[in-house]
Design a protein. Structure first.
Ligand code: ZN
Length: 246
């Protein structure tokens, strides 16, 4: 089985289309793993939600923006720009899409992996940027690999059986050989709002047979996406940050 790993699409239709096209046509993946946040920030929440809905082979968990937009998550601690976008999203989602987002699980376990949006300890809201946060969550990683999103930073932490801990960035073209005796926390980056300084859309490819994970970055039409955000009346900083990848 070959998996395409996506996360944090954030209503960015241009980026989503290009990543899905690559994973289907060039990688011929069998299943998708999506670590949450289909919506929020961008101008195409319904279009992106419908595309994911139509994938019949996708493991999908809820993100804080998905549940924030449909009233299942407290958004009072969102920053003002994220809050403006999540409220805009809530007003624009169709009833069908709203119900679809409401019904996501917050955690899925399958074969040798699990997926959550934030962390195993707090699947919706906790950010794992630091080794110490990974270490605190390690007892809750029940599988060989835990796929996450939320930070929009492509990054891997792993622990060996003797509890040696390492963190490695997952830049474009990284090839990671998965050791079945280790515990991994893997963030394949963000499709629709990268924040590691590389504005290209990010995704991962995991081949269960070879036990190899690869990272792929792909250029998409940022100018068009920025125009859509501005035309929708969303905060202009949400358009600008796409160009910087921050
Ligand atoms: Zn996000």
């Amino acid at each position: 089985m070959k998996y395409g790993i996506i996360s944090d699409i954030h209503s960015n239709l241009e980026a989503l289309n290009i990543i899905l096209d690559y994973l289907k046509r060039s990688e011929k993946i069998d299943r998708f793993i999506c670590c949450g946040d289909i919506v929020g920030y961008g101008a195409k929440p319904n279009e992106c939600t419908e595309i994911i809905r139509q994938l019949d082979n996708c493991y999908m968990v809820a993100g804080n923006h998905d549940w924030g937009a449909v009233g299942l998550e407290d958004t009072s601690f969102f920053n003002p720009i994220a809050l403006a976008a999540v409220e805009w999203t809530g007003r624009h989602l169709t009833e069908d899409n709203r119900n679809y987002l409401k019904n996501f699980a917050s955690e899925i376990e399958e074969n040798n992996f699990m997926l959550v949006h934030g962390s195993p300890g707090d699947p919706i809201n906790e950010y794992i940027f630091e080794q110490s946060t990974f270490l605190a969550n390690l007892p809750r990683i029940k599988k060989n690999i835990c796929f996450v999103g939320h930070t929009h930073i492509p990054l891997c932490f792993y622990a060996t059986p003797s509890q040696e801990i390492k963190g490695i960035p997952l830049d474009d073209g990284t090839v990671l050989e998965i050791n079945p005796t280790y515990k991994y926390l893997i963030n394949c980056g963000s499709v629709g709002q990268p924040r590691d300084g590389d504005p290209r859309a990010s995704c991962g490819i995991y081949d269960e047979e070879t036990n190899i994970l690869r990272i792929k970055r792909i250029k998409y039409d940022i100018a068009k996406t920025q125009e859509e955000i501005l035309n929708a009346g969303l905060p202009s900083s949400l358009a600008l940050r796409l160009g910087r990848g921050r």
